[in-house]
Design a protein around this ligand. Sequence first.
Ligand SMILES: [Zn+2]
Length: 98
Amino acid sequence: MDVFYIPVDDETQKRQRQKARDLRNSQWWKRRRSQGICHYCNKVFPPKELTMDHLVPVSRGGMSVKSNVVPCCKACNTKKRQLLPLEWDEYMQTLSNK
Ligand SMILES: [Zn+2]
């Protein structure tokens, strides 16, 4: 069993997703997103193309708090969903070495 995996019940996930929706409507998030920079690849995008991503996914016990959400471009978002957490970490390292 993966030691980093924290089982999260449906109720908690639902609550965190609701909190994420609230956070997405906040001035804080709008300001953050208006900078137009993807947290992962550091490229600049039109703000509406950036989505909110949880650094620690809700399904893994991540919370919808300012310190756990970042603006993320569609390409990174798709990539993150496709890759295993370990592969994603490796991908991040290749980005930061550029
Ligand atoms: Zn990106």
